[in-house]
Design a protein. Sequence first.
Length: 94
Amino acid sequence: MQALPNDAETALATAIRCCGSEGFETALFEFMSLATGADNLVIVAFFEGLAPLLLFQSATDPRVFGMFKTTYLGGAYLLDPIHELHLARAPAGV
């Protein structure tokens, strides 16, 4: 394991500083990439009776989200277990 402080730790501090401000999503993606090796991040908001709202997306390869709007937002979200948790009003932390 890399000695601290490392790049992921610095990116986490940046994401925390950006909470509630413009740039938080990008800082979160940077942290997630460094801490886990994730190469994409999508943030959607679910609403009762409506299609989800796309809040943020970023990927190292643009093909990752090439059909996201037409496929996922177009109806595949109905099969998403996270959407099911939303409909079931799952308690926080689940």
